[in-house]
Ligand binder design. Structure first.
Ligand code: F6P
Length: 366
């Protein structure tokens, strides 16, 4: 099959490296004389048929830019479309046939979808309807299996680690407990790796239920040893032994409507009440998704983008570009979404953290 024109979209929560992928895909495609349409705001652009014609000029100088020049959306799901004027949260519409129609109308030979779990699920649904799609794995959460690492994660990790470094000095000056809350949804990768990299004292991840008393005792034990401050790194999705998580809002129409957040404030109050030590919460939030990608994410995004276009040329539809042992490979989208990649409580990273004296606030581990 010869390829003349492709589409590309960036969907879900944005992250550093999206533009680097768009650039790599486009440069590879344009180099082969293939036209590239950049659809706006994720799948919304294919519903509304809104796109830009990508030229060499469009992708010049965007390698280091955060965000996405195409825009993104984590609520535009064509299978359950809730945005005006076509649908509402109360009455979601299935507009997948509109997307299929626009794909054909624009004479596209293939589509590259750049996104996380939600985007990959939608991509697989369109693959099942016969659309030739190649996917690129994006998310700061690093929770996609079938790839060693998603792009965006390394940048989020760098931001969280720098925050922990900075919080150390203020915690030390005021002899306080600082609780830093990271993103990551139902996976504790950002919290665990930044806690290891930044030397956190306690780390709470969704995969290992925490217990208030264990947290408090670890902080008091540090006091007894003369350490007058403590740093707690809490993943937004951390759960206590009763299975409770902090939810900040629900977003109607989103593929995953639950927005986690706020655990740092709860812990700060609990720790101050139970230890008498002054405590403060610091929620990193969307700073973890902003700004320029790290060198590693620029490298990874470029490899992912170039590979995705190669896969199109080879007709590898229904597949996702994947990183395995520092090499680019291909995996079925269906396999990549079969389950989330989560921290293994028995794995080597948790063991290493314990071995350097970190607590998981758990009665089971440590
Ligand atoms: O999936 C990326 C992510 O940043 C999660 O870590 C976080 O839970 C969620 O998106 C936040 O979504 P929103 O941008 O809708 O607040």
């Amino acid at each position: 099959m010869s390829i003349h024109k492709i589409g590309i979209l960036t969907a879900g929560g944005d992250c550093p490296g999206l533009n680097a992928v768009v650039r790599a895909v486009s440069k590879n495609a344009l180099g082969h004389g293939i036209e590239v349409l950049g659809f706006k705001n994720g799948f919304d652009g294919l519903v509304r048929n809104e796109f830009i014609n990508i030229t060499d000029e469009t992708v010049s100088n965007i390698l280091t830019q955060g965000g996405t020049i195409l825009g993104s959306s984590n609520i535009a799901n064509p299978f359950k479309y809730t945005l005006p004027p076509f649908g509402t949260p109360q009455d979601p519409k299935d507009l997948s046939s509109v997307v299929m129609h626009n794909f054909k109308e624009n004479q596209l030979d293939a589509l590259i979808t750049v996104g996380g779990d939600g985007t990959l699920h939608m991509s697989q649904q369109f693959v099942d309807l016969g659309m030739p799609i190649v996917a690129v794995p994006k998310t700061i959460d690093n929770d996609l299996c079938s790839t060693d690492q998603t792009f965006g994660f390394d940048s989020a990790l760098a931001i969280a680690t720098e925050a922990i470094d900075r919080l150390h000095t203020t915690a030390q000056s005021h002899h306080r407990v600082m609780i830093v809350e990271t993103m990551g949804r139902y996976a504790g990768w950002i919290a665990l790796r930044s806690a290891i990299a930044g030397g956190g004292d306690i780390v709470l991840v969704p995969e290992i239920p925490y217990n208030d008393e264990v947290i408090v005792n670890h902080i008091l034990e540090r006091r007894r040893k003369g350490k007058t401050f403590s740093i707690v790194v809490a993943a937004e999705g951390a759960k206590n032994e009763a299975g409770e998580q902090a939810v900040t809002r629900t977003v109607a129409g989103s593929t995953d409507p639950i927005r986690l957040g706020g655990i740092a404030y709860k812990l700060s109050q609990m720790i101050e009440d139970k230890t008498g030590i002054e405590s403060r919460a610091c929620v990193l939030g969307h700073t973890q998704r902003g700004g320029t990608p790290t060198a590693f994410d620029r490298w990874l995004s470029t490899l992912y983008g170039a590979k995705a276009m190669d896969m199109i040329l080879e007709g590898k539809f229904g597949y996702m570009a994947s990183l395995h042992a520092f090499k680019m490979e291909e995996v079925k989208i269906a396999d990549a979404i079969a389950q989330l990649k989560r921290v293994d409580p028995q794995g080597p990273e948790v063991r290493a953290a314990l071995e350097v004296g970190m607590s998981f606030g758990s009665t089971q581990i440590g």
